[in-house]
Write a protein that binds this ligand. Structure first.
Ligand code: UD1
Length: 416
């Protein structure tokens, strides 16, 4: 736990422009595929986040050299080592993303098993099953996963996921890219971050079809060519700032955002009465005096994203009536509820549903940020609240929101 905390004087409408950064959930798999290239690969629009830096360290530990400057990462060389250091993997679950490309390139990998996390158990059985379908052998040894490819290459096959998983779909795509023959993934995740990964690989010469649908077909190719690729804008950051505009009754322009990636979210936001005006790469969000309560259910894309559930709940805390928030992706993703309750929110939990009864205004309190998206929901709530709030433990926030203090400050937030 870090001692960093944010002190917020809320109750003030926020106005101005917010430039949306590159997407955290897209950049982590894109950094992992640097392991698949022979010589060089460059990424642009890279957000400078704690998770980005951890992923770069992991790639470096595996032997690929990097230079990270001004939102650009240059990668050079091929992986030399097959063992992912435990101290890095234990800090970030997304480290498991290196497994498939490492196996593809080195035919062996040794990765510490990632544990559960704040929002639930989050197993990796679908990742392992997918790799086995493509010819890998896997063993568990003292908390490590050892994987080998005895034929020296992945062999294309059919993969049917029992449940939609973003990480497991990424794992299967990365494994199939340089495989021998054709792979067909059924029940694939359709998230924009998956499409981004596939678009990047295709630009480098991969042959991936069906991106953005639930069936993805991949014809293996023998190598990837050096390219430069720009990461998509972070739809979750854009959605978080849209909530901040609504909850503070202000007006924000979300620059460099892609509204098409957030259709389900904007549809619900409009039903709350918050105004959403979509321009080419900009979305204007205008707050209103009275927020209408709206029910949401989190679902895989194109449904309402689980990564915006906590922030949407904060907005519902000041709606004019009752709403029901249903979490269907992770089993323990209501850690923000007791913290919001300290701020005078009225919320009851019933299994995977939270029933929120709106109040006129939240009240300042000292709260603890427990995970990445919960942190943003507490900041949004604090920006609405009267008096002062203290959001403790900002380490989670730094994992996923680039320059958040500066961005809040620039739109007039009273923060210390
Ligand atoms: C990714 C995102 C995360 C987001 C989530 C859902 C990254 C780094 N993380 O996480 O921010 O909240 O998608 O959009 O991009 N499951 C299994 N076995 C597996 C894999 C998943 O049972 O092997 C289950 C999970 O417990 C969960 C569900 O499948 O209930 C979906 O998880 P998944 O889509 O894999 O989430 P992540 O890829 O971990």
């Amino acid at each position: 736990m870090s001692n960093d905390r944010l002190i917020i004087q809320g109750g003030k409408p926020l106005f101005g422009d917010v430039k949306i950064s590159g997407a955290k959930n897209a950049v982590l798999p894109l950094i992992s595929i640097s392991l698949l290239f022979d010589k060089s690969f460059t990424l642009k629009n890279v957000p400078d986040l704690a998770d980005t830096r951890l992923m770069i360290k992991l790639i470096n530990a595996l032997g690929v050299m990097t230079k990270f400057y001004d939102g650009v990462i240059d990668f050079h060389g091929e992986p030399q080592n097959i063992e992912a250091p435990k101290e890095l993997v234990s800090k970030m679950r997304a480290s498991i993303l290196v497994l498939a490309p490492l196996l593809s390139k080195r035919h062996n990998a040794l990765i510490p098993m990632p544990g559960g996390c704040e929002i639930g158990e989050r197993p990796i059985n679908y990742h392992i099953d997918a790799l086995k379908q493509l010819g890998a052998e896997t063993y568990l040894e003292n908390g490590f996963l050892r994987a080998t490819l005895s034929q020296g290459k992945f062999i294309g096959n059919e993969i049917k996921f029992p449940q939609v998983s973003v990480g497991a779909t990424e794992c299967a795509i990365m494994a199939a890219t340089l495989a021998i023959g054709k792979t067909k993934i059924y029940n694939a995740a359709q998230e924009p971050e998956i499409v981004d990964l596939g678009n990047c690989l295709n630009l480098a010469g991969a042959n991936i079809k069906g991106l953005g649908t639930d069936i993805i077909e991949i014809e293996g190719v023998s190598k990837l060519n050096p390219i430069t690729y720009s990461v998509i804008p972070d739809r979750i950051e854009a959605g978080s700032f849209a909530i901040i505009a609504g909850i503070t009754k202000g007006e924000l322009n979300l620059l460099n955002s892609n509204p098409n990636d957030l259709k389900a979210f904007f549809k619900k936001l409009k039903q709350t009465n918050v105004r959403v005006e979509v321009y080419k790469n900009t979305v204007k969000i205008k707050g209103v005096n009275e927020i209408v309560p709206v029910n949401i259910q989190t679902e895989p894309h194109p449904g309402f994203p689980t990564d915006l559930q906590a922030q949407f709940m904060s907005l519902m805390c000041i709606a004019n009536g009752k709403s029901v928030i249903e979490e269907n992706i992770f089993e323990n993703r209501f850690m923000h509820v007791p913290e919001l309750s300290k701020m005078n929110a009225s919320i009851k939990i019933d299994g995977n549903k939270a029933i929120v009864d709106g109040v006129k205004q939240l009240q300042g309190a000292s709260v603890k940020a427990t995970d990445l998206r919960a942190s943003m929901s507490l900041i949004a709530a604090s920006l609405n609240a009267n008096h002062e709030s203290v959001v403790n433990d900002l380490s989670h926030l730094k994992r996923g929101y680039e320059n958040f203090e500066e961005k809040l400050f620039n739109i007039g937030a009273d923060i210390r």
